[in-house]
Design a protein around this ligand. Structure first.
Ligand SMILES: Nc1ncnc2c1ncn2[C@@H]1O[C@H](COP(=O)(O)OP(=O)(O)O)[C@@H](O)[C@H]1O
Ligand SMILES: Nc1ccn([C@H]2C[C@H](O)[C@@H](COP(=O)(O)OP(=O)(O)O)O2)c(=O)n1
Ligand SMILES: [Mg+2]
Length: 191
């Protein structure tokens, strides 16, 4: 059974940055849904390259069958760890339903780490990210934020109802955020 922590928050809230630090220090394996989709987009012979690129540019969400299979394959290919940081998933109702269907009996969700951050700051961070992403421009970001507000935030509220959400404010220095994040993980692993 895979132990999973979902990591959610607006684009640019620092999900990838904080997950790298957790992976370095706490024996969790970081799996970014966005990174897996970008790798699949580049993979020679992939039948999904064009579809993935069109969703990424439009800030819409790739069908869950693709994303969830990439996540499951990555989990199965990984060695032993305390758990997996599933970064940027589930981002909409389709993601959530597909995960529940595909991963039932194979994974348990430990909690949801929610990095909350004002959208204006998130947008600035993305525009300055410097990774050459095709979606870090004003036009795509507008759509990504819309998708976050209308599709992803309701998923966070859904988990909130089950008491699974651990919110950490990410409009702060990385060290301050990470200190709170470590406390969240320590508390969860004591339960
Ligand atoms: N706490 C922070 N303060 C300032 N900049 C940050 C902070 N966390 C991340 N960043 C920067 O903001 C950008 C987006 O961070 P990233 O981790 O890629 O976010 P996400 O995965 O949520 O989109 C990156 O350039 C990163 O270096
Ligand atoms: N579960 C997911 C995650 C990402 N995607 C697509 C659509 C998203 O706008 C892009 C980029 O996601 P990514 O998590 O890398 O973006 P941020 O780290 O939040 O800036 O990938 C998806 O379709 N489904
Ligand atoms: Mg990211």
């Amino acid at each position: 059974m895979h132990n999973v922590v979902f990591v959610l928050g607006p684009p640019g809230s620092g999900k990838g940055t904080i997950c790298s630090k957790i992976q370095e220090n706490l024996n969790y394996v970081h799996l970014s849904a966005g990174d897996l989709l970008r790798a699949e987009r580049q993979r020679e012979g992939s039948e999904y390259g064009a579809l993935i690129e069109s969703h990424i540019k439009n800030g819409s969400i790739v069908p869950v069958e693709i994303t969830c299979s990439l996540l499951e394959n990555a989990m199965n290919a990984s060695g032993d760890a305390k758990g997996f940081l599933v970064d940027g998933f589930p981002r909409n109702e389709d993601n959530l339903q597909g995960w529940n269907k595909q991963m039932e009996g194979k994974a348990v969700v430990q909690f949801v780490l929610f990095l909350s951050c004002p959208v204006s700051i998130c947008i600035d961070r993305c525009l300055n990210r410097g990774q050459g992403r095709t979606d870090d421009n004003e036009e795509s970001l507008k759509k990504r934020v819309e998708t976050y507000n209308h599709q992803t935030y309701p998923i966070i509220e859904h988990f909130e109802k089950s008491g699974l959400v651990r919110e950490v404010k990410s409009e702060r220095s990385i060290d301050e955020i990470y200190a709170d994040v470590v406390n969240v993980f320590n508390a969860a692993n004591k339960e």
